[in-house]
Design a protein around this ligand. Structure first.
Ligand code: ATP
Ligand code: MG
Length: 466
């Protein structure tokens, strides 16, 4: 029977064609499924960044995926790529509310901090990890649902806070094991304060008006509404014109320059390399003073993995008590693609143990053995569905397990198990031998087998280093 929802669209329950099989329903374009093999990497990354953020005094916040459309229009700025053409906005058919699926998280974190008076007792440091939604043309590194993690330091005016967030990203590269030469480069600029940007804006309009004939359609549209954004244009035909445009840094007053000096000084003191980029403006309206991007040349056109900066005016603009703030957001898909490109992602890890048992009637023994292994902290996948030793060993190998634990006739008779090492810990495919120089296979009572496997796992842990 056809189901009709809200009048105009019909969802047919399993329309049977001639071949009696209902048509497949596919996922939404530009939105990805994350399957278990890949999720292992995501879990690893999420736990790594959550430790990193804790080390810098940030606490986690989760805000809803849906917010009032007005939040993003006011927060991000009307004349921006995101608000003009990338937002999933709709009217809630049940009550007529204008809603938008969050395209980024800063505006919502600020909203929540105001709504819950979070700055009442002083500055707050918050971090998040979650999906964002932008209606863009899907391509490698650019999706319609993608993930970001990021931090927001609310109520903190000091340039050292900006610098500390950059040091934190630098430490992230280190913890992820990215070699110096493979790390994204830091590009940094100062957008100054409102009056400075206004003076620059006037100079910019005058300059672009003089060259009105060379502006593309988008730039013409933005000439009077948001000329700064023209500098952000990705149209190569505009590159020469943009190159000659008045530079924002030339309009900065002593206070803005002093702020930037302190940020740069802190980076130098910590040995974090950076590149000043006077054309860096970022795609959102709320920034002032420090803005930055971390850019890699290893991912083609989608090379910006992280962006952020200071947004001292946003909290007041959103109706809160004026409070300075600084934050950044990292694209998770691009970060994982970078890790892959620089060889930092090994084969996805399987369970510690795959339990192989092929004797008729041994199912309950195998089940009990698997439970005992789990009791001592090993992860275990028990073979299901029978089959020969050979076919089960194939499955064991395909599972990505470190060890196969075998229960055959002789093992069952002698109350022992046989352990076979299937692969080395990190990304090795070749079997390891333990430091005791035993062979890569051993038959022992279960307690001994556990000890043997754990010694090997511990050794691999050490070998993997910090
Ligand atoms: P771009 O210039 O590539 O469009 P952006 O300036 O729009 O990036 P931000 O809003 O600063 O990006 O978001 C921070 C990070 O989130 C980006 O550096 C990128 O890693 C990631 N990101 C942004 N949009 C997408 C997307 N559509 N798909 C995947 N990752 C994205
Ligand atoms: Mg974008």
């Amino acid at each position: 029977m056809p189901i009709t929802l809200r009048g105009d669209t019909e969802w047919v329950t399993g329309n049977m064609g001639d071949n009696k099989r209902p048509e497949k329903i596919l996922g939404v374009k530009g939105m990805n499924d994350l399957l278990p093999e890949e999720m292992a990497r995501w879990e690893w990354l999420e736990s790594l960044v959550s430790n990193l953020f804790r080390d810098y005094g940030y606490g986690q916040i989760r805000t809803p995926i849906l917010e009032s459309t007005a939040l993003f229009v006011r927060g991000i700025g009307e004349v921006t790529d995101i608000v003009e053409k990338e937002m999933y906005t709709f009217t809630d058919a049940l009550n007529g509310e204008q809603l938008t699926m969050r395209p980024e998280n800063t505006a919502a974190v600020v909203r929540a901090s105001i709504e819950h008076s979070m700055l009442y007792e002083g500055p707050r440091r918050l971090w998040y990890f979650g999906p964002m939604f932008r209606h863009e043309r899907p391509q490698k590194g650019r999706y319609r649902q993608f993930y970001q993690f990021g931090v927001e330091a609310l109520g903190q005016p000091e340039p050292e806070v900006d610098a500390e967030q950059l040091l934190m990203v630098w430490r992230l590269w280190e913890r992820l094991g990215i070699e110096l030469a493979d790390r994204p480069g830091l590009e940094i600029n100062s957008l100054g304060q409102t009056e400075e940007r206004l003076a620059h804006r006037q100079a910019l309009i005058a300059y672009f008006e003089k060259h009105a004939g060379d502006l593309d359609a988008e730039a013409q549209r933005r000439l009077h509404s948001n000329p700064l954004r023209i500098l952000d244009s990705k149209n190569p035909a505009m590159a020469g014109l943009i190159e000659g445009a008045p530079r924002l840094p030339d309009f900065l007053g002593p206070q803005s320059l002093a702020h930037q000096e302190r940020v740069l000084g802190a980076l130098q003191a910590a040995g974090v390399p950076y590149q000043l980029n006077p054309r860096l403006v970022r795609g959102l309206d709320y920034y002032n003073l420090t803005v930055f991007e971390w850019v890699t040349d290893k991912l083609g056109a989608q090379g910006t993995v992280c962006g952020g900066g200071r947004y001292d005016g946003l909290i007041e603009q959103m109706g809160g008590k004026p409070s300075p703030a600084c934050g950044m957001a990292m694209g998770v898909e691009r970060l994982l693609a970078l890790l892959e490109a620089v060889g930092r992602l090994g084969a996805s890890a399987g369970p510690d143990v795959y339990l192989v048992h092929w004797v008729e009637g041994s199912d309950s023994d195998a089940l009990a053995c698997a439970e005992q292994l789990r009791n001592v902290g090993l992860s275990v996948q028990m073979h299901a569905g029978g089959g020969s030793l050979k076919s089960q060993m194939k499955r064991a190998d395909a599972s990505g397990a470190r060890f196969a634990v075998l229960m055959g006739e002789s093992e069952l008779a002698s109350n022992q198990v046989t352990v076979k090492v299937l692969r080395a810990g990190e990304n090795g495919e070749k079997p390891l031998t333990p430091q005791t120089n035993q062979s890569a296979q051993i038959t022992l009572p279960l307690a001994g087998a556990v000890e043997w496997m754990q010694a090997l796992l511990d050794e691999e842990e050490l070998r993997r280093g910090p």
